[in-house]
Each structure stands twice: as structure tokens, then as C-alpha cells.
Design a protein around this ligand. Structure first.
Ligand SMILES: Cc1cc2nc3c(=O)[nH]c(=O)nc-3n(C[C@H](O)[C@H](O)[C@H](O)COP(=O)(O)OP(=O)(O)OC[C@H]3O[C@@H](n4cnc5c(N)ncnc54)[C@H](O)[C@@H]3O)c2cc1C
Length: 619
């Protein structure tokens, strides 16, 4: 252990992850905490990290309140509808009422925004989206964070949260290691804001073998945002609500601008509008939800999946009409060049010119995240002026661990935040974290050297394991006494894929499969004690895997608990195929006991705050 130097840093606000939410949190913490010490720790480099690393072509969440375009209530209705009723409306409203101010700052900071030439307003792609030239989106927000923080640590992966030893259930910082130097870093902090993104690669991806790593969601988003709080016993919500995306095949290029701006549409292999065909069948499953406008994302996926199972594939996006217009053709290509260059490359490699050939679509493997059209994540307190008592315990966006805050993909129950909403939520969390410190809630935190040393031993154990076990390698990477991170990852992905509703089963699972999945996950957890890492990069892979495995356990427990199919098209409970509002119009909340590793789950009421009276009358 002596070869891994230990560094200590004491601070007031520690931001874990410098993506959209993390940069927002770092920026805002400085605004409210002028004299406070603010540190941001990032696994990659904040200039190009997180889901927005490559850039974006649209900001997907902007109300346009200054022009009377939308109000926060409208956004709550929209997210509620898309998530089949299951959202935390207090959190959604709170984000929506502040998000415009965030976007206006992006504009001031130099993010090139497209303007509507006639009205002078931001150019709308859809009701909520505005179009940007966003290749430099991430460096721009990173600059704001860099100017605000006392220090940004790049290339440090946070592996564990430190817990106060003087007061139960209070955070005291975090530890991790530098992936370039191998040094051990201890951050003792009064508050921690977890903003470490969502989880890709827990389900087996469609692209395997030489295509591995090509997924819709960033492959480096490894579920730390969930594993860190789950490990210390924080409550989680809606972890069953994984997301499946309908995207251009193989390159996962986004379809938003195509549908909304280019007005392209989909059809099956026979040129038919297949969505209509599945209307009656879907109504059988979910009742009147299929009549809602816009059609919830999962239900559109459902029609796609059913049509493919019925042999109507491949499904195509009809681009050949829109692309005859040179302006729309340019927009179609630029859309990829600004955010998913890989899709253009895939089309080139497959001789697809969308002006003449309608490209194929696919449904992705499932991902777990809290900021897109999905709302898995931590169970947090809402703002005091909006939240009902069950949703409020003192500080906005504070988890059920004192001093531990979350934002962006970390926070559950609040879908459709996207990049701007995640940055906004980071700001909200930071403001509350500063208030928590000012209210003297973080006094007397005790972190012993033993706690830190124990984590240090645990963190570097995979290097030790490999050093000893490599002597027993029988060929290639086969060894009786250790498993490599990639072997463990592929085992995890198969378990999740085959038992928890991945692509292998067309997103189908049931109680028996989930039970078996949990059994296999428990054995995997045991074997991960023997994960070996031959270098620092593999050490990062080992810890990413451990975080993914813990996240997966939580996802599986939640999927087992909710005995209904609330979101057909995201996943199906074959033993409970229908949406069941009588029993399951509620949020699911879990807690893992850090001592025993056992999860307990409960139902929590979903409060409809917007249109409360109409909703009451209807039920
Ligand atoms: C493919 C895709 C397309 C999207 N398109 C759009 C769009 O067009 N418009 C739009 O507005 N939004 C879009 N979004 C949504 C937007 O990107 C997310 O809502 C937003 O990035 C979430 O912010 P976040 O901070 O929670 O996560 P991220 O921005 O992903 O940041 C998480 C950060 O945490 C770091 N991290 C992870 N683990 C650790 C660890 N253990 N220790 C330290 N650091 C860690 C990561 O490196 C990363 O920098 C898209 C998302 C995806 C995945």
C-alpha cells in the first residue's frame, strides 16, 4: 500500500462528477458560498466528460416563459404523461421554474443558439427543445465550473462515500484513486453532491465483439451515481424504470430533430404505419393512457417491438421525402456532426444516403438514468414551498443521508430534465448544500484514519489479486483464482439481459426470472471479491463493474417489487402484463441495509400537485 501515496483534502462542498449537473453545482455553490471551499472531482476531464462530451444539437428542456411559450405546469403535465403518471411533480416543477435562467446563462457564456429569423426567439425544434450549435457545449459549462471551484480534480474515480462516525446517517466526504498516478485521495467534506451520471452497460448491448462500446448512452457512465448512495443505505426510487431508446440502427444517432424538425416518420418493411396496428392491443394493456397526447415514449416503443416480433421489420425512418429540401438535408447531417459523428460514419460504411435510402431504426438495450425520458435514481427531499410532507425533509435535493445531495441522473422521480435541467438541478442542490452548512448541520463530523485506510485497502485490492493470481493463468486470461473486469462485465450483462428484461427476451421478465437473476447477481457479487486488475486502467474497470453490479441488484429488486407492466416498451412483467392503477399508482422506494446487503421496498404515494383537483375528481 505504501506505493499508493495518500492525499487529504478538507472542503465544504464536494461535487462528485463534473458533467452537466456537477458543473451546475460547482458554479452555483460559489454564488451562495463565497468563502467556502468547493471541490469538484471528475473521473475523466470535465472539458469533455459525461453524456454531453461530444456536444449536443438541441437543449431539450427550455420553457420560454419570457415569451409565454410554456409554463412549469405544462412541463409537469408533459413529464407525467410520458412516464405514465409516475413522477415527483414537486421536483419537476422546481426544475422547470428555474431552467430558463440556466439557458440564458449558457447564451451569455457564448453557446451558439439558433434563432428564429422571424420572431428573434430561440429556434424551436419541438415544444420543449431549442436548437444550438452545441459542439462546444461541454467546454463552455466546464469553464464556468473551473472559474468557480477552488480546485477541479480530473482523472479521479470516486469509489466510496465516507460516513460520519459521530452522527448516524451523515455523510463526511468521499474517497477515490487517481487513474494516472495510482494515488489514493481522501476528500473530507461537510457536504457531498453526487452528480456522477447514469448507468450504461449493465444490460448486454446489441453491439458486441468488435462493436463493443458502441451504445446509445455513454459507455463511461457506470452507475456510480446510484452505487455510491445505495452502498451507504440511501433510499432509491423508480429503479425499475429503465429506458429503451428507438434510434438509428448501429450508430444510435438521435431521432428527435428528425421527427420534430424534419417531420420524418416511421414505417414497417411494407411501408405501413405500424403504430396504428397495435392500438387495440396496447389499449388492452394500459387503457386510456394510449389515448394521451403526445403518445408516451414507452408506448411508441411497444408498437415498434410488437411489430418486429410479428415479423414486420425492419422498421425504417422515412427520410427520402424531407431530404429533398436542401435546408432540411443540411440540418439532418449537421445534427449528427454536432453530437453523434459515428452515425454519419455508419451510414457511409453501409452505403446509406438518407436522401435516397430510408435508414433502419432499432430499439436499444435498456439503460438506467434519471434525467432523460426516465426517472430512476435517489429519493430526495423536494423544495419546501412545493413538496408534501412525505417528500420534504429540510433541504432541497438532499438524499435520505444527511449532507448528501444529488442532481441530474442521480435524482429519481424527475424525468425530462435533460442537459439544461440537470445543470439547473445541480444549482438547486448546491444552494441547499450551502444552506445546510450555514445552518451548522455539518458540525463535528468525525472521520477516522481507520475508515480511510480500510477503503484504501479495498480500492487497491484488485491490483494485489492480479499480482498473485497471474501466476496461475492457464492460458490467455483464464485463471482459476481471479476474474478480469471484462469477464465480470459480460457475466453481469448476460444476467441482466436474460433475466431482467433485456434484448434477449424482447424486454420480457417475470417474478421467477427475477428471482433467479437475483440469485445469480448475489453469486457474481461474491466473485467480484476476486476481480483482478493488471494496471490502473483495469482498476478503474474493476470499480466501474462493482458499481454497475450494485446498481443492477437495485434495478432487479425494484423490477421484482412492482407487480405490473407500467411501461410496456421499456420492459414487461409477463406474470403481470397489464398496467394496474388500482394497486400500483404509486412510487417504489428501496433501501439497502449496508450491514446485511438486504434490500427492503415500499410503496410511496404519488402526489399530483399540478391539476390536483381534476386528478382527485378523476380517481
Ligand atoms: C446519448 C444522449 C443524448 C442526449 N441528447 C440530449 C440532447 O440532445 N439535449 C439535451 O438537452 N440533453 C440530452 N441528453 C441528456 C443529457 O446529456 C443529460 O441529461 C445530462 O448530461 C445529465 O447530466 P449529469 O450530470 O447527471 O450526467 P453527465 O453529464 O453524464 O455527467 C456525469 C459525470 O460524472 C462523471 N463520473 C461518473 N462516475 C464517476 C465517479 N465514480 N467519480 C467521479 N466522476 C464520475 C462522468 O465522467 C461525467 O462527467 C442526452 C443524453 C444522452 C445519453
Amino acid at each position: 500500500m505504501a506505493k499508493h501515496k495518500t492525499h487529504y483534502e478538507d472542503c465544504d462542498v464536494l461535487v462528485v462528477g463534473g458533467g452537466m449537473a456537477g458543473t451546475g453545482a460547482t458554479f452555483e455553490a460559489r454564488h451562495w458560498g463565497r468563502d467556502m471551499k468547493i471541490i469538484c472531482v471528475e473521473k475523466a476531464n470535465i472539458d469533455r466528460s459525461g453524456a454531453v462530451a461530444q456536444g449536443l444539437y438541441a437543449i431539450n428542456c427550455y420553457m420560454g416563459m419570457q415569451w409565454g411559450e410554456n409554463q412549469p405546469e405544462d412541463h409537469v403535465r408533459y413529464a407525467r404523461n410520458d412516464l405514465m403518471g409516475m413522477v415527483r411533480e414537486d421536483l419537476g416543477y422546481d426544475m422547470a421554474r428555474h431552467v430558463d435562467s440556466t439557458v440564458h446563462m449558457f447564451d451569455e457564456w457564448g453557446l451558439p443558439m439558433m434563432k428564429n429569423e422571424k420572431t428573434g426567439r430561440y429556434l424551436r425544434e419541438g415544444k420543449w427543445q431549442i436548437m444550438i450549435h452545441g459542439e462546444s457545449y461541454k467546454p463552455i459549462v466546464a469553464e464556468a465550473a473551473k472559474k468557480s471551484a477552488d480546485k477541479i480534480y480530473n482523472r479521479i474515480m470516486i469509489t466510496h462515500l465516507l460516513m460520519d462516525e459521530a452522527q448516524e446517517s451523515r455523510v463526511g466526504g468521499a474517497v477515490g484513486f487517481n487513474m494516472r498516478t495510482g494515488d489514493f485521495h481522501v476528500f473530507r467534506s461537510k457536504t457531498v453532491i453526487v452528480a456522477a451520471g447514469g448507468a450504461s452497460h449493465i444490460f448486454k448491448p446489441r453491439a458486441v465483439g468488435e462493436g463493443m462500446g458502441r451504445t446509445w448512452y455513454a459507455p463511461w457512465s457506470n452507475g456510480s451515481a446510484y452505487a455510491l448512495p445505495i452502498a451507504v443505505g440511501a433510499k432509491m426510487t423508480q429503479m425499475e424504470n429503465r429506458i429503451v431508446l428507438c434510434r438509428f440502427k448501429d450508430g444510435y444517432g438521435p431521432v428527435g430533430a428528425y421527427f420534430l424538425h424534419l417531420k420524418t416518420y416511421t414505417q414497417n418493411a411494407n411501408g405501413e404505419n405500424y403504430e396504428k396496428k397495435w392500438y387495440d392491443q396496447t389499449k388492452e394493456l394500459v387503457g386510456e393512457y394510449i389515448d394521451h397526447h403526445p403518445t408516451p415514449t414507452c408506448l411508441r416503443n411497444h408498437a415498434f417491438i410488437q411489430e418486429t416480433i410479428a415479423g414486420g421489420g425492419p422498421i425504417h425512418m422515412v427520410t427520402t421525402e424531407a431530404f429533398q429540401d436542401p435546408h432540411l438535408e443540411t440540418v439532418g447531417w449537421e445534427n449528427f456532426l454536432g453530437m453523434t459523428v459515428g452515425q454519419a460514419v455508419v451510414w457511409a460504411s453501409q452505403n446509406i444516403d438518407p436522401k435516397y435510402t430510408n435508414p433502419e431504426l432499432t430499439t436499444s438495450e435498456p439503460y438506467v438514468m434519471g434525467s432523460h425520458a426516465t426517472c430512476s435514481g435517489a429519493w430526495v427531499s423536494g423544495p419546501e414551498d412545493l413538496s408534501p410532507p412525505e417528500y420534504f425533509w429540510g433541504y432541497n435535493r438532499m438524499l435520505t443521508i444527511d449532507g448528501l445531495f444529488g442532481a441530474g441522473d442521480t435524482v429519481g422521480g424527475s424525468a425530462h430534465k435533460f442537459s439544461s435541467g440537470s445543470f439547473t438541478e445541480g444549482r438547486l442542490a448546491a444552494k441547499a448544500a450551502v444552506k445546510y452548512i450555514e445552518d451548522q448541520k455539518a458540525e463535528g463530523i468525525k472521520i477516522t484514519d481507520k475508515q480511510c485506510e480500510d477503503f484504501k485497502t479495498a480500492i487497491f485490492k484488485p491490483l494485489e489479486t492480479y499480482q498473485v493470481a497471474q501466476n496461475e493463468i492457464t492460458g490467455g486470461t483464464v485463471s482459476p483464482s481471479y476474474i478480469s473486469p471484462i469477464q465480470g462485465l459480460q457475466r453481469l450483462q448476460r444476467i441482466m439481459d436474460e433475466y431482467v428484461g433485456g434484448i434477449a427476451t424482447n424486454y420480457m421478465t417475470n417474478g421467477n426470472m427475477l428471482k433467479r437473476g437475483l440469485e445469480l447477481l448475489a453469486w457474481l457479487e461474491e466473485d467480484l471479491e476476486k476481480v483482478g486488475a493488471e494496471d490502473l486502467h483495469q482498476l478503474m474497470r474493476a470499480w466501474e463493474l462493482k458499481h454497475r453490479a450494485l446498481t443492477s441488484q437495485c434495478v432487479t429488486e425494484h423490477t421484482m417489487f412492482r407487480e405490473e407492466t407500467r411501461w410496456p416498451g421499456y420492459y414487461y412483467r409477463g406474470d403481470h402484463m397489464k398496467l394496474d392503477d388500482d394497486n400500483w399508482h404509486c412510487l417504489t422506494v428501496s433501501k439497502r441495509d449496508p450491514k446485511t446487503g438486504k434490500f427492503s421496498l415500499e410503496k410511496v404515494p404519488v402526489y399530483h400537485i399540478v391539476d390536483a383537483n381534476e386528478k382527485k375528481k378523476a380517481s
